[in-house]
Design a protein around this ligand. Structure first.
Ligand SMILES: Nc1nc2c(c(=O)[nH]1)N[C@H]1C(S)=C(S)[C@@H](COP(=O)(O)O)O[C@H]1N2
Ligand SMILES: [Mo]
Length: 420
């Protein structure tokens, strides 16, 4: 009687039928396993089937497979220091619409503070009837909501104003999407009582930058959240632990992390981040201010820059679309640089101010192609071509680039960023 390493009888009739069956399947699938394999069952049983696997709780907080080590954030080039810096989400490696917490892009103006949650406080004052200081425990006692929303830095895709960047992580990686849990800001404002003349709210962070932005009261009462959890666990330190403001659909900068203070006032507070920064220089030399909403945008993530097609044949074009104004209504895909367009299939769920996945089957015949996608949101807004955007805005802008992205497939199957 022959036995393999597991001590199992490999010659029992049932076992032989199974082995023979898998070789037949493999042959049917045009794989290269030779029939000889059937005579040598140990070759067909991979090593990980012959011993027990790792025990439970190793580690107690799970990590991705060691074989996925290439799936990482990378640092955004051109920021002055490692703390006034940003890192990019590897969109080309992700599936579906949720960004795993450890891959959410980071943007810090003065690094990540290490906040002791018991010592953290939120002060709400200014034009209110009862100024109040809240602990985290107190905020977590209010009725909570969980919502799925994208978070996009308004600097996302700024490379494309001038020079094409190599991969979708470099071009669009200041973009993530999570389930966010917290208290509606309206609930807390109700607790302090807004006075009738209040129109704006100053939000201040507890980092070394003490980053501040002015938020219109209208937004605060609409869908703004005081968030303490992300993808089912407390916020990651990078994302604002233990408390951040979250403004769905607005430029990421306004979702102030490590939130410590809200002050209600009559006018915008004209902070550094809304005067010197986060304004858009127009071709006539004037600057747009308070461009809060992230307009509709989309990008193909597979195939995308620096990927390699393995010869002509069937591929699925897949990507992401989003709009700060609401739901995505439609995504169209072109494989000929925008001459003709086809509707992509939108993957459910299609949620407001959330990433929406789209897919389209494609037969690549081996000739050069230029792949593009364009999003249309529920307001009817159509994502502009790069040319249209540059005509309207010039090239001295930094923020709010939402032009159509072009990926050129060469006849060798390599994929590169091209301004088409
Ligand atoms: N307190 C504070 N809040 C902040 C920032 C910061 O540096 N400090 N960066 C802002 C910017 S520019 C962006 S795009 C988002 C990034 O959020 P994330 O790091 O969770 O992706 O946080 C915003 N909130
Ligand atoms: Mo940002």
């Amino acid at each position: 009687m022959r036995q393999d390493d597991s001590g199992e009888d490999t010659r029992s009739p049932a076992r032989r039928r199974f082995v023979a069956g898998s070789v037949a399947l493999a042959a049917g699938g045009a794989l290269t396993t030779s029939a000889r394999g059937a005579e040598q069952p140990s070759e067909l049983v991979p090593p990980w089937m012959r011993t027990q696997g790792r025990p439970v709780l190793s580690p107690a907080y799970g990590q991705p497979s060691a074989h996925e080590a290439a799936v990482r954030r990378i640092q955004f080039a051109g920021t002055p220091t490692d703390t006034a810096a940003a890192s990019l989400t590897p969109l080309q490696h992700l599936h579906g619409i949720i960004t795993p917490s450890g891959l959410v892009f980071e943007r810090h103006h003065a690094g990540v503070p290490d906040i002791v949650p018991e010592r953290h406080r939120l002060l709400v004052h200014g034009l209110v009837k009862r100024p109040l200081v809240f602990t985290l425990d107190e905020l977590m006692r209010f009725p909570a909501v969980s919502r799925m929303h994208f978070l996009e830095c308004s600097g996302n895709t700024l490379t494309e104003w001038k020079k094409p960047a190599p991969t979708v992580q470099h071009t669009h990686g200041l973009l993530s999407c999570c389930e966010w849990t917290g208290v509606p800001l309206a609930t807390v404002l109700d607790e302090v009582g807004i006075t009738p003349d209040a129109r704006w709210i100053l939000a201040e962070g507890a980092d070394a930058a003490a980053m501040t932005r002015s938020v219109p009261l209208e937004k605060a009462l609409d869908d703004a959240l005081l968030v303490y959890a992300q993808n089912g666990e407390m916020l990651r330190p990078e994302q604002g632990y233990p408390l951040r403001l979250f403004l769905p659909g607005f430029e990421g900068n306004m979702s102030v992390k490590w939130l410590r203070r809200l002050k209600l006032g009559r006018e915008p507070f004209m902070t550094r981040e809304e005067t010197a920064k986060y304004t858009d220089l127009m071709p006539d030399g004037s600057a747009r201010q308070f461009t809060f909403v992230m307009e509709a945008k989309s990008v193909i993530v597979r195939p995308s820059g620096a990927q390699q097609l393995k010869g002509p044949g069937h591929y699925e074009i897949s990507g992401l679309a989003w709009s700060g104004r609401g739901r995505i209504r439609r995504v169209e895909v072109s494989v000929d640089g925008g001459r003709t367009w086809r509707d992509a299939r939108l993957e459910e769920p299609v949620l407001p101010k959330c990433l929406t996945a789209f897919r389209l089957p494609w037969h690549w015949d081996g000739s050069p192609a230029v792949l593009q996608s364009r999003a249309i949101d529920e307001t009817g807004y159509l994502q502009p071509t790069r040319d249209a955007l540059v005509t309207a805005r010039g090239v001295n802008s930094y923020y709010h680039y939402n032009g159509i992205q072009s990926w050129r497939v060469t006849e060798r199957g390599s994929v590169e960023n091209a301004h088409a």
